[in-house]
Design a protein around this ligand. Structure first.
Ligand code: GYE
Length: 311
C-alpha cells in the first residue's frame, strides 16, 4: 500500500544514517556508561554509529571530526574535552553541510550556528545542588571544603565550580580551602586528595570533599581511609554523576550525596537529528537533561535501576 511504502522508505532512510561520534575517552564510569548507552540508542533507531576515542586530547578530536567529514557522515557528535578551540574545524563541517551535535559538554564559539544543539545537563545547577546539600547538612558549623576539579578547561568543570561556589558563597561558615584538578579520574583524584590531606593536618582540618565527579570521589575515599580517617563521617563526600560505584560506596557508609547526570545524551541528539532530516525542524540550541540529588537511602534502588539499564 501507499502508506506501507511511505513507512518503509522512512525507516530505510533512518537506518541508512551514519553518525560519527568523537568521544573523549574512558576517564570515568560515567563516560563508559555514555559510550555504552550511545550504542544502544543508535541501534534502537537503526543508526550506524562510528565512535572514535580521543584519549582526552582535543587534537585527536579535531582529527576525528576531519575524518568523519572525509567519510561524508550524515552528522557529527562531539563530546568536547575542553570548551575553546573549536571554531576552525566546525567551520569545515559547516562548509560540507554536516550538522554537529554537542554531547554532555559545551563549547565557546562566536558563531553558534556552528553546531545544531548541545545536549547537556545544567552543570552550574549541579554544582549548586551539591553546595546546597552541604549547606543543609552542616548548617552553621564551620566547614573547610577541598575541591577536586574535573579536566582543566572543560565546560563541566568550570560550571560545576561556579555553581558550588555560588551556593556556599551565601554562607560564611563554609569555604573552599584547597582546589585542584583530579582530571575526572579515580587515580588522580586519590593522588590529589593525598596531597590535600598532607597539607591539612593529616586531613583533620577537612570537613568535606566536593568532587566534580564520582570517580574522583572514590579515589578520595581511598586516600581518606589510608590516612586512617572515616570517609562519609570524619570527612563528608559529595560528588556528581550517580554511577553505580558511588551508590556502592554509599551503602558502605563512605559517601554522602551525588547529583545524577544521565549518560543518555545521545538519545535526544539522535531524535533531534532524525526530525531535522525528516522535516528540516531546527532543535532548540540547548537540550537540558535533569539533575537530581541522591542520598544513601536511595542507593539500593538506584543500583537496581542502573543494572536494569545495563550499566
Ligand atoms: O561528569 C565526568 C566525565 O562531561 C558530563 O565527564 C561529563 C563529565 C562527567 O568524565 O565523569
Amino acid at each position: 500500500t501507499a502508506i506501507g511504502s511511505i513507512v518503509m522508505s522512512a525507516s530505510v532512510m533512518a537506518s541508512s544514517l551514519t553518525v560519527g561520534f568523537s568521544q573523549i575517552g574512558s576517564e570515568s564510569g560515567w563516560r563508559a556508561a555514555e559510550t555504552a548507552v550511545s550504542k544502544v540508542e543508535a541501534k534502537k533507531r537503526g543508526i550506524n554509529l562510528k565512535i572514535s576515542d580521543a584519549q582526552q586530547k582535543q587534537e585527536n578530536q579535531i582529527k576525528a571530526v576531519r575524518s568523519f567529514i572525509a567519510q561524508g557522515v550524515d552528522a557529527i557528535f562531539i563530546a568536547p574535552v575542553v570548551q575553546t578551540g573549536w571554531g576552525p574545524v566546525l567551520e569545515e563541517a559547516k562548509d560540507y553541510g554536516i550538522p554537529v551535535f554537542l554531547l554532555d559538554r559545551g563549547i565557546t564559539v562566536d558563531d553558534d550556528s556552528l553546531y545544531m544543539t548541545a545536549v547537556t545537563a545544567d552543570n552550574v545547577l549541579e554544582g549548586k545542588v551539591a553546595g546546597q546539600w552541604l549547606i543543609d547538612t552542616v548548617k552553621d558549623k564551620p566547614c573547610n571544603v577541598v575541591e577536586l576539579q574535573g579536566t582543566v578547561g572543560a565546560s563541566v568543570a568550570i560550571d560545576r565550580k561556579e555553581g558550588f561556589g555560588e551556593a556556599i558563597g551565601s554562607t560564611d561558615n563554609i569555604k573552599i580551602v584547597r582546589t585542584q584538578s583530579g582530571e575526572f579520574t579515580r587515580s588522580k583524584g586519590k593522588e590529589v586528595m593525598e596531597s590535600f590531606i598532607k597539607a591539612e593536618n593529616g586531613g583533620k582540618n577537612i570537613c568535606a570533599v566536593f568532587a566534580h565527579n564520582d570517580d574522583m570521589a572514590i579515589g578520595a575515599i581511598q586516600a581518606i581511609k589510608e590516612a586512617g580517617l572515616a570517609p562519609g563521617k570524619d570527612i563528608l563526600i559529595v560528588s556528581i554523576d550517580a554511577v553505580p560505584d558511588i551508590f556502592k560506596a554509599m551503602m558502605e557508609g563512605d559517601a554522602n550525596a551525588t547529583v545524577e547526570l544521565t549518560p543518555n545524551m545521545a538519545g535526544p541528539a539522535f531524535d533531534a537529528l532524525l526530525s531535522y532530516k525528516d522535516t528540516g525542524a531546527q532543535p532548540p540550541k540547548k537540550i537540558v537533561t535533569e539533575s537530581k540529588l541522591y542520598l544513601p537511602k536511595d542507593a539500593p534502588m538506584q543500583l537496581e535501576m542502573k543494572k536494569d539499564l545495563g550499566y
